[in-house]
Design a protein around this ligand. Structure first.
Ligand code: SF4
Length: 325
């Protein structure tokens, strides 16, 4: 490890002041400390924000607000989350390992960096780590990479599971800096790589995530998250699907569908949602709606299998959620 300055912020103002001087925020440390050990990130200063008062989980009917420092395991264990937002609970429980879920904050989870192996290898060319350096993955090992939202500069997959569920539920990120509070729709929070893959989200320098909010209708109760991966635990998604359905009078009133493991950002499938809305649930409907899940995909040399796999993942999850009582 290289030398860096470390401090603890006792309140929000101290944290913002430290960040204004160039410090990076750290809470659970499960992303940043890893990357510092590998010298992928080399901050000169780090400020511990664990003393800040962003620790509450507030569940109301159809509404959830989670402080950014709440640990993943705490959210997944909350009775209100388990009852009203099973999709969030499942996405959290299928993430990482129990030890990491006990340590990682929800704010840090949303900001985790990609698992692209070249990004984490400082000897490899990577535009996301070093702008203009090139991309070793596009002509290299890219089996786990994205097929949607890619560019000639980067095809790294977004790694968060819970961000997929939160994208399906139209979550809002609450952030703060010296200019005050910002509310950012999660659908606009993440940036596709384009020609600047090093810019991953819309946060301003020093801006601090304080909470995440979800406001949603009855479909959230009939929801779930399916994760397909090479092994059954402690592995990132090859594909995943977050599905929520409101079914009444034999028709689908509202459908929410987002997928992971295939996009450079958590990927909402509004075309699939439109295909489902107003229809009567059936095996044929699940199949035809899922058939458009990979429209626009641009596979690389090793990840063409994801085109079919994401369709099957969405179909299976629609069938599972559609059959819930
Ligand atoms: Fe870097 Fe993105 Fe290429 Fe991976 S896919 S090497 S993160 S530029």
């Amino acid at each position: 490890m290289f030398p860096f300055r470390f401090s603890k912020a006792s309140d929000e103002q101290a944290a913002l002041s430290a960040a204004a001087s160039g410090a990076r925020y750290v809470a659970g440390g499960t992303t940043l400390v890893d990357l510092m050990r590998e010298t992928v990130e080399r901050p000169e200063a780090v400020v511990d924000i664990n003393a800040l008062p962003y620790r509450d989980i507030d569940v109301q009917p159809g509404r959830l607000r989670v402080g950014s420092l709440v640990r993943m395991a705490e959210i997944a264990a909350h009775p209100g989350v388990r009852e009203q937002f099973p999709m969030i609970k499942q996405a959290l429980e299928l993430s990482a390992s129990a030890q990491l879920r006990n340590s990682a904050s929800i704010g840090g989870n949303l900001l985790q960096r990609t698992r692209c192996l070249y990004f984490r290898d400082v000897t490899a060319a990577c535009n996301r780590r070093t702008p203009g350096a090139g991309c070793a993955a596009i002509g290299g090992r890219n089996r786990t990479h994205a097929i949607l939202g890619t560019s000639d500069s980067c095809a790294a997959t977004h790694a968060s599971d819970v961000a997929v569920a939160l994208t399906a539920l139209d979550a809002t990120v609450i952030a703060r800096d010296s200019n005050g509070e910002s509310r950012i729709a999660l659908s606009e929070f993440y940036l596709r790589p384009g020609t600047t893959p090093d810019r991953e989200n819309t946060l301003r320098p020093g801006e601090l995530i304080t909470a995440v909010e979800v406001t949603v209708g009855p479909e959230a109760r009939r929801s779930g998250y399916l994760k397909v991966r090479d092994r059954e635990s402690y592995e990132f998604a090859l594909t995943s699907a977050a599905v929520a359905l409101d079914i009444a009078g034999g028709r689908i009133r509202t459908a929410r569908v987002a997928v992971g493991g295939v996009g450079t950002v958590p990927w909402r499938l509004q075309s699939v949602e439109r295909a489902l809305a107003g229809q009567a649930p059936s095996a044929e409907l699940w199949r035809t709606a899922a058939a458009i899940a990979a429209d626009g995909a641009q596979p690389l040399s090793e990840n063409g299998f994801k085109v079919e796999l994401i369709k099957r993942t969405v179909e299976r999850q629609l069938s599972t959620i559609g059959a819930l009582p």
